[in-house]
Design a protein around this ligand. Structure first.
Ligand SMILES: Nc1ncnc2c1ncn2[C@@H]1O[C@H](COP(=O)(O)OP(=O)(O)OP(=O)(O)O)[C@@H](O)[C@H]1O
Ligand SMILES: [Mg+2]
Length: 274
């Protein structure tokens, strides 16, 4: 079990721009400051394009082009680290490897015997409830099962921090609800810091100790909403619904404000059948 006092994150006046666009750099994140306690579960919601994935990429250390500070346990981050795991929206399993070996990939940089690897892999397959499927190939799994393999793989190195970028975005409502419960259970068992990005306000409120609401153009933190309800939570809790409704008011004008009209003058340009 991970000790409770590691895995804190401090983001201080973070700014991030991408390249030049019509002679201007595109500012994607504007003055983001956020403190996350070790062992906390934080959800980030915001409309498409407000910089959520960009923020996660910076936190995991995939991109070091930014202004401001990102500290993990008080230290500036330097590149990627086994201490920070990430689950992407698309699960990115290797089709030619079975479930066990897809998870084993994460252990390649560790000096473990095959027996030690197998033991760890078995434990993590059990953690996500896939013991019966350890020899199955990704093509034989449903989307939800594949995401569970990805979660097992991201947890096997005992990261202090797990970052999840819309991990359940492509799943149906029922599978999604089951995986949310499972993620909540894993978080309660492992006590690691979790940061989940989602479009789904209900998911954000159900899981998070706090919900960071972002706004676009440029990406900023609009407000941070605490969810003072103990875990495990029950989806039907009316207090969750009240917080969700409150947060949804932040999005109620989004369509009006940022209506995007697709510029399509010539449908012949599409070279595919529809
Ligand atoms: N590598 C890149 N180069 C240039 N611009 C980028 C790059 N990656 C993202 N952007 C731009 O940065 C902005 C934020 O993108 P990002 O992917 O972080 O948004 P998001 O909040 O995750 O959106 P979504 O909810 O759709 O996933 C967008 O305007 C996007 O066009
Ligand atoms: Mg994204």
């Amino acid at each position: 079990m991970t000790s409770l006092n590691v895995g804190s994150v401090k983001v201080n006046h973070l700014n991030k721009s991408y390249g030049q666009y019509q002679e201007h750099a595109l500012t994607v994140l504007d003055d983001i400051s956020l403190e996350i306690k070790a062992g906390e579960f934080v959800s980030i919601v915001g409309s498409s394009g407000c910089g959520k994935s960009t923020l996660l990429r910076l936190l995991v250390g995939l991109d070091d082009q930014f202004e401001g500070k990102i500290l993990v346990d008080g230290q500036p981050i330097q590149g990627t680290s086994l201490e920070r795991g990430i689950v992407f929206q698309d699960h990115r399993l290797f089709p030619w490897l079975n479930v066990q070996d897809n998870i084993r990939v994460a252990l390649l940089n560790r000096k473990l015997t095959v027996a030690e690897q197998n033991q760890l892999i078995d434990e993590h397959i059990e953690l996500v409830g896939l013991t019966k499927f350890k020899d199955a190939y990704p093509a034989q799994l449903s989307g939800g099962m594949s995401q569970r393999v990805a979660i097992a793989r991201s947890l096997i190195n005992r990261p202090k921090i797990l970052l999840l970028d819309e991990p359940f975005g492509a799943l149906d409502a029922l599978t999604r609800a089951n995986l949310q419960k499972e993620l909540q259970r894993i978080w309660q068992t492992e006590r690691i810091t979790m940061i989940i990005v989602t479009h789904d306000v209900e998911e954000a409120v159900f899981l998070g100790d706090r919900v960071v609401v972002m706004q676009p153009n440029p990406g900023r933190i609009k407000r941070i909403v605490p969810v003072h309800l103990p875990h495990p939570r029950v989806r039907e809790d009316v207090r969750l619904a009240a917080i969700r409704n409150d947060i949804l008011t932040d999005f109620s004008h989004a369509v009006e404000d940022h209506l995007i009209i697709p510029v399509v003058n010539d449908f012949n340009q599409f070279q595919f059948a529809w």
